[in-house]
Design a protein around this ligand. Structure first.
Ligand code: ZN
Length: 223
């Protein structure tokens, strides 16, 4: 069991994936609500993203977690379903526009190891919530760890200045302990660094094969 207040690692820019696909679906009807429960980023929406913050919900359902966005109390970019939910093993939920600063870390929080101790972390980060009750009897599933790692890989491929992966607990140790000591941080880090999640979907692979045997002449020129 680790100490969640120490959970962090930095991404090596030389290992950045060229492409890391993500199976995600928007939570039903959340897009408008997410716009009202988030802020315009004060940094560039692509170049300004420096960190991914890992949270756990302390509740047992995705719906409970999503409700805080509808209630405009807080927000986060992705939600990783729990074992007893039908989406588990299938896809993660998108719950806020990546271009927006979601409300998942208090503005006063900072840590010297994370972008030199800069505050207003929501403006330069992405937030992931993993559904977990935060009690000893509720383990994180292997899929939840893989799916969370794949979100980080997806973001790593997309955001050129993304460097820090950090727990909420490290950023706000007085108030928060998520994702909690049962979260297997070392395993998670290994999976973030493992490219096996970047499998090319079958259809894309077939299209690439087809392209290889077809002459690549623009259609307007084939009279
Ligand atoms: Zn949190």
């Amino acid at each position: 069991m680790g100490d969640p207040a120490t959970y962090h690692f930095d991404l090596d820019l030389t290992l950045r994936p060229a492409h890391a696909p993500l199976e995600e679906r928007w939570w039903p009807d959340i897009r408008d609500a997410a716009l009202k429960a988030s802020s315009a980023r004060i940094y560039d929406a692509i170049l300004g993203v420096r960190a991914v913050v890992i949270h756990a919900t302390a509740g047992g359902s995705s719906a409970g977690a999503a409700s805080v966005i509808f209630d405009r109390k807080a927000s986060f970019h992705w939600l990783v379903p729990d074992e007893d939910e039908p989406q588990h093993g299938q896809f993660v939920w998108a719950t806020c526009h990546e271009a927006r600063a979601a409300w998942h870390v208090r503005n006063s929080c900072s840590h010297p190891a994370i972008w030199g101790g800069r505050g207003r972390i929501n403006h330069w980060s992405l937030g992931i919530e993993v559904v977990n009750r935060q009690v000893r009897t509720d383990d994180f599933s292997d899929w939840q760890i893989e799916a969370t790692a794949q979100i980080v890989r997806y973001a790593w491929a997309k955001y050129p200045n993304l460097r820090h992966v950090v727990s909420h607990a490290m950023l706000d140790p007085a108030r928060r302990s998520d994702p909690g000591s049962p979260f297997p941080w070392a395993q998670f880090r290994e999976e973030v660094l493992d490219a096996r999640g970047d499998v090319v979907p079958e259809l894309v692979a077939e299209a690439a094969e087809l392209e290889a045997v077809m002459p690549s002449v623009p259609c307007c020129m084939t009279v």
